[in-house]
Design a protein around this ligand. Structure first.
Ligand SMILES: Cc1cc2nc3c(=O)[nH]c(=O)nc-3n(C[C@H](O)[C@H](O)[C@H](O)COP(=O)(O)OP(=O)(O)OC[C@H]3O[C@@H](n4cnc5c(N)ncnc54)[C@H](O)[C@@H]3O)c2cc1C
Length: 287
């Protein structure tokens, strides 16, 4: 352990209201600590810059999965194991379950949370492409109350996002409108487990009378934030998924993403794989 642990403080408030009041009283001083699977890596490496943490793991207000006729709502502390075990998520939101099953290994899946994955804001995170393709909404809470916003647009730049220092991510909500859709999720990494994505694509589409009537496509690891590819979607909507459409969609995708060379891969490889995954998804619609 390269960090000097006594330099750090971790407090465990007994309720959400008390956690929020602490964040309100000293904005920016306290940061949330959920499963700790991202934070503990930094601590171990001696690179955890922040000193004061508020442990939210025991806050029951941020747990649970609620299902209504129209929506499914997940507490921010929902773990990957809980995602995979939920029957409605399995049947109606399979991309999120697949993302959960390909995140880390079992220990990470038992402890890592969806809320932590979102706020950690890695462009290579695995759940965000699925959440973007499902048009998820998120709830932020503070002592002043709660606000819901579309998850799309939450990340504004590398590790930048629309959350105040006094706010916690409380819930994630998705509309139960996926009936009749084709779902496609593919994470390309070095191994099947414990590997960070080189490219990840999540896409959902409905085809009516041979034409794509609805389509949502999101990619991870190809830009400073996980991206929803709206221009590529525009090219596809109303078209047959034929060879010509696939060609135009791949050309548009090339302009819509901005992959880089880094320790895990190259820009060229990521672009090529992004287009291959899009093609694979569109061929699946044709089949
Ligand atoms: C070995 C290993 C393998 C991994 N593999 C993958 C992988 O394959 N794919 C992948 O996407 N990730 C992976 N991760 C990263 C990590 O497990 C996930 O990002 C996880 O979801 C983080 O959740 P957490 O609850 O542990 O977050 P924490 O570490 O507790 O927090 C992460 C960040 O989010 C903030 N935060 C947490 N919850 C909230 C909240 N409710 N409101 C506001 N802010 C909050 C914290 O302040 C912190 O900045 C891996 C990590 C490890 C150590």
């Amino acid at each position: 352990m390269r960090a000097f642990v006594p330099n750090y403080e971790l407090t465990t408030p007994p309720s959400l209201a008390e956690a929020l009041s602490l964040l309100e009283r000293e904005p920016g001083v306290w940061k949330p600590f959920a499963g700790g699977t991202d934070l503990m890596v930094l601590l171990e490496a001696g690179k955890l810059p922040h000193r004061n943490y508020v442990n939210i793991w025991d806050l029951s207000e941020l747990r649970g999965i609620e299902v209504t006729d129209t929506h499914i709502t997940l507490g921010a502390l929902t773990t990957y194991t809980e995602v995979q075990a939920h029957p409605i998520l399995q049947s109606e939101f399979p991309m999120l379950c697949q993302a959960a099953s390909e995140t880390g290994g079992l220990a990470i899946q038992n402890r890592g949370t969806l809320g932590g994955n979102i706020v950690n804001a890695s462009p290579a995170a695995d759940s965000p492409p699925a959440l973007l393709a499902y048009d998820a909404e998120i709830e932020l809470v503070s002592s002043d109350g709660s606000r819901w916003l579309p998850y799309r647009g939450f990340h504004t730049g590398y590790k930048q996002m629309r959350i105040g220092p006094n706010e916690l991510l409380a819930r994630i909500r998705m509309s139960r409108n996926t009936g009749g859709a084709t779902h496609y999720y593919r994470k390309v990494g070095t191994r099947k487990a414990q590997a960070i994505s080189k490219v990840c694509l999540a896409a959902l589409a409905k085809v009516e009378q041979d034409q794509i009537s609805e389509v949502r496509i999101a990619l991870g690891s190809v830009a400073p934030v996980v991206v929803r590819c709206v221009q590529t979607e525009d090219v596809l909507r109303g078209q047959k998924p034929d060879a010509e459409t696939i060609k135009s969609a791949c050309a548009t995708l090339s302009h819509e993403i901005s992959p880089i060379d880094d320790i895990r891969s190259t820009a060229d490889y990521r672009l090529r794989v992004g287009k291959n995954l899009l093609t694979d998804f569109l061929l699946m619609l044709r089949a």
